[in-house]
Design a protein around this ligand. Structure first.
Ligand SMILES: NC(=O)c1ccc[n+]([C@@H]2O[C@H](COP(=O)([O-])OP(=O)(O)OC[C@H]3O[C@@H](n4cnc5c(N)ncnc54)[C@H](OP(=O)(O)O)[C@@H]3O)[C@@H](O)[C@H]2O)c1
Length: 320
């Protein structure tokens, strides 16, 4: 019998596969789609902007990548062709969210729960034009993945997906339970989200602005000072959202970074060197927005955001 708190399951015909649409056939969309497709109880569709030949998935190991495995998902490019869905997993970059109306405005997605597998802290706000907040499940993804070509995805880092301990979060955990996708239901999800934001504000912003490997943030006293100031701002802003960050967060994060091999680079640094647009607006930019709303001073985060807007190979709003 379906659990009483699962509205999606409650209307589901017994025995029929549950349909999931992964929105974005990129690195994280490919990884989540591949792992969810392991469940025989799920029918996984993957939405792409342009036609893809299918999806292959491999894992990076110490001696190289595992052989790519073809994954049983259905690629879709036409929102009008979608069958009714129970879940949508949003796995586009944050800056592409505003253009998802073609997918999220269809009758097929109207009753679906939406897992937002993106960076930042504004998951529900980003979905507000498309879905009632009760249908939206913010997620923290700690897996690492890369896209090698259309529909060719490699997992670069093992991890998990964290979701809030509410009905919808638990429903997603049940959906993924028969697969190898690790989903953790987190009681204090807001604190986990803001802790992840602190890592991103420091790790992504400072390595990109300084063009340095992540470990230098923990090894250079002047960068440790700037990082500690950023974490203090995240802590003050997080408190306005009732999130309490661990007191030793800056020290433990920077010690962790200092122990990294020299080869570890942040994802934003990789975006810089690959000529890709940054997601800074969803990271330090979001921090500045919430700070402003709550009249909290965040000058270090403002400066980081302005520098990243200047450095981003593709800017949100080009200078006149
Ligand atoms: N990669 C990681 O290791 C990692 C780890 C943790 C969190 N994240 C977060 O996960 C999110 C996704 O990142 P990613 O690395 O997976 O990005 P990505 O590889 O660039 O994938 C995003 C995908 O979304 C597609 N897309 C964009 N707009 C679309 C639309 N309107 N319709 C259909 N598809 C659309 C893109 O299509 P095109 O190919 O046409 O551009 C691309 O395939 C980000 O918020 C990122 O911060 C990533």
């Amino acid at each position: 019998m379906p659990p009483p708190d699962s509205s999606a399951e409650a209307g589901h015909p017994p025995g029929a596969p549950r349909r999931v649409l992964v929105l974005g056939a990129g690195a994280i969309g490919g990884l989540l789609g591949a792992r969810l497709a392991e469940s025989p109880a799920l029918d996984v569709l993957v939405a792409a902007r342009r036609s893809i030949p299918g999806l292959t998935f491999s894992r990076r190991g110490p001696t190289g990548d595992s052989p790519p495995v073809t994954v049983p998902v259905t690629p879709v490019v036409d929102p009008a062709s979608l069958p009714p869905l129970e879940w949508v997993v949003v796995a586009t970059k944050t800056y592409d969210t505003a253009r998802l109306g073609a997918w999220l405005g269809t009758p097929a997605t109207a009753g679906a729960r939406i897992l937002v597998a993106q960076n930042g802290v504004e998951h529900r706000e980003r979905m507000a034009p498309f879905a009632d907040p009760t249908r939206v499940v913010p997620a923290i993804v700690t897996y690492g993945a890369e896209r090698r070509g259309p529909g060719r995805v490699v997992q670069t880092l093992d991890g998990l997906v964290r979701v809030p301990a509410d009905d919808a979060g638990r429903d997603f955990a049940r959906l993924a339970a028969p697969t190898s996708l690790r989903v953790e239901v987190v009681e204090d999800f807001v604190a986990a989200l803001w802790t992840k934001l602190a890592y991103n504000v420091v790790g992504n912003s400072l390595t990109t602005i300084t063009d340095l490997p992540v470990r230098e943030l923990g090894r250079r006293p002047e960068l440790r000072r700037i990082a500690a100031a950023l974490v203090a701002e995240v802590r003050a802003v997080a408190a306005t959202r009732h999130a309490t960050l661990p007191p030793e967060l800056a020290e433990s994060m920077l010690d962790e970074f200092a122990a990294f091999p020299a080869t570890v680079r942040s994802s934003m640094w990789q975006d810089l060197h690959a000529g890709r647009r940054f997601e800074h607006d969803a990271i330090s930019g979001a921090l500045v927005r919430v700070a402003r709303l709550n009249k909290v001073d965040a000058p270090f985060s403002q400066m980081a955001t302005d520098l990243l807007e200047t450095l981003s190979p593709v800017r949100a709003s080009p200078s006149p």
